[in-house]
Design a protein around this ligand. Structure first.
Ligand code: TYD
Length: 215
């Protein structure tokens, strides 16, 4: 491919993005595509350090704007140093969370104006939007239980927010998907991982031209 693909995965906590990214990576590799997997917050050395400030419980509370600017800072590094170069080299980038997480979490859930969140990205990160976004939807109660691995894993700073916060994340994602149906592939995230993967691939095929002769 002359120009690669930039595909992001989004969803509330515990929506199974990690499993689905691994399945899609293997599928694309079988088609002979070169795949890069990455995540946010993170994806670069500076981004990983910013991640520990954002998610560490020892950070305590942050102003919504502070949280947004830290997300934007790690994204700027990630987009310039990892995502754009890989796509320009013809690779497929599968990114676990990206811009829509800032819309859902800092915008809809923390209460910052979503239009302002969108505008600030457009201003500082031209060409920042992915070609396709897979939204794995799961009810917050169910997702949080899965994210906790049945209570065995400690919550990070954002996961620890109240259920009401996570309901706003869920609703925010639905609004985003409704606003851009051509970019979003929405798949319900409960059920058999292989069946979910098949639905994701079906949705992507409607939006991207896959290499010939492969199923
Ligand atoms: P992570 O451990 O990667 O969680 P998950 O497995 O659910 O993806 O934590 C990422 C957290 O950061 C998650 O709670 C969502 C949050 N986040 C934002 O609030 N805004 C953002 O822009 C991004 C990229 C993530």
């Amino acid at each position: 491919m002359a120009q690669g693909w930039f595909i992001t995965f989004e969803g509330p906590e515990g929506s199974g993005k990690t499993t689905q990214i691994a399945l899609l990576r293997d599928y694309f590799a079988r088609l002979g595509l070169e795949v890069v997997t990455t995540r946010e917050p993170g994806g670069t050395p500076a981004g990983d350090r910013i991640r520990s400030v954002l998610l560490g419980n020892e950070t305590g509370s942050l102003e919504p704007e502070t949280e947004l600017f830290l997300m934007l800072a790690q994204r700027t590094e990630h987009l310039h140093k990892v995502i754009h170069p890989a796509v320009a080299a013809g690779k497929v980038v599968l990114c676990d969370r990206y811009f829509d997480s800032s819309m859902a979490y800092q915008g809809y859930a923390r209460g910052l104006d979503p239009q302002k969140v969108r505008d600030i990205h457009a201003q500082f990160l031209p060409g920042f939007l992915p070609g396709c976004t897979v939204l794995l939807q799961i009810a917050p109660e169910q997702g949080l239980e899965r994210a906790r691995h049945g209570g065995r894993k400690q919550h990070d700073r954002i996961e620890s927010e109240a259920l009401e916060f996570h309901r706003r994340v869920y609703d925010g994602y639905n609004s985003l998907a409704q606003q851009e149906p051509e970019r979003f592939v929405v798949v319900q995230a409960d059920g058999d991982p292989q069946a979910i993967s098949a639905r994701i691939i079906e949705g992507l095929k409607k939006r991207l031209t896959f290499p010939d002769g492969n199923k």
